[in-house]
Design a protein. Sequence first.
Length: 441
Amino acid sequence: MSLVIEHGRLVSEDRVFEGSIVVSDGRIAEVCEESSPSGHYDQHIDAAGCFVLPGIIDTHVHFREPGLTQKADMESESRAAAYGGVTSFFDMPNTVPQTTTLEDWEEKFHIASSKSHVNYSFFFGATNDNYTLFSQLDRHRLPGIKLFMGSSTGNMLVDRYGALLKIFETAAKLALPLMAHCEDTETINRNMEQMKKAYGPDPDVMLHPLIRSAEACMESSALAVHLARTYGTRLHVAHVSTAKELELFTGGNITAEAVIAHLFFTQQDYLTKGALIKCNPAVKTLADREALRQALTDGRIATVATDHAPHQLTDKQGGAAVAASGMPMVQFSLPTMLELVDEGVLPIERVVDLMCHQPARLFEVNDRGFIRPGYKADLVVVRPETPWTVTEEVIQSKCKWSPMTGHEYRWQVQQTLCNGHLIYNKGAFDAASRGEEIRFR
């Protein structure tokens, strides 16, 4: 099976250039600058007026399967990913059961092999006492260890200091990346207690960023960075949400992730969006958002992901104590980042670095994340100046809602190729498509 993408503007490795891509047997066979390749191909994609990017690697999603499939499942969320130009995802361990045993980790791969439309892998979740299992994990199949240093969803909090030391030490010895959710539980609980005394059992969602406060984030992130420096652990701090935390990231083995919610929304959006934008860590101030946006280009933020976390709409009712935290964003992450390009926040080359190259580099993904001969043909074609509006009909996630509903984008995904297969083409979707297990190191 052969395919050629012609006449597009290719974006890869800090360059934008006119060119064509030849795909054969699932891999990029040739990258031609300016001239079109000769020969016969089974499929042609005319990308005139479009940009061609590597497929997005979303290193932080919650696809909810197994155990929470009333919210989402592997099929529905991987379909949403494909519609949004995301060709690979790393799923988090707070499912039911939690992915904290070797058997449950393997089961996720089994489910994905028959249901996921795009490429997949799964973090292994750390607990207070399972660090001895880390050495039994196949490091060629594993993106890393996920550590909840705060009371996030799934009740996977690691709250013993001795356990934290063992987790950081063991991950360092095995040269495995450690991705940490950093919020200080004692600070959050104290803040919540104070807010309930002042405002009742379910404080308004506007108070969520004061409960899951900047101080709670900074205290926990600082501890994680300290432990990583002590043991030489490869640490990636998930969904950084405050300007203050950015001071912690100066390169080396310690890097940071930003997610779409904190790059797009501010606390003023609670007035119109309410609990639809409630997430952990909380969406915070305009100053925090602007600092995060600046950090996209100065190196303090290494990757951009979604923390895609669908809930049923009924779960999103209530305030800071009752409404569920999390939002579905995987379908809209690339158009949102390209909107920031239009606003002058960052160049399109940096979008590709943050969402494709750096995820591949930091997690040592084999043969993906770049437009290079020999690499897997995970590619997305996007067209600028093509307005479209998010409606319920557009949303592919099983929950069928999004905080982006009603938003008009000006960049549109035209085609998504996964392993050389055209799985999404201008609204047409190949439901029979299946992704591959991602390999590492």
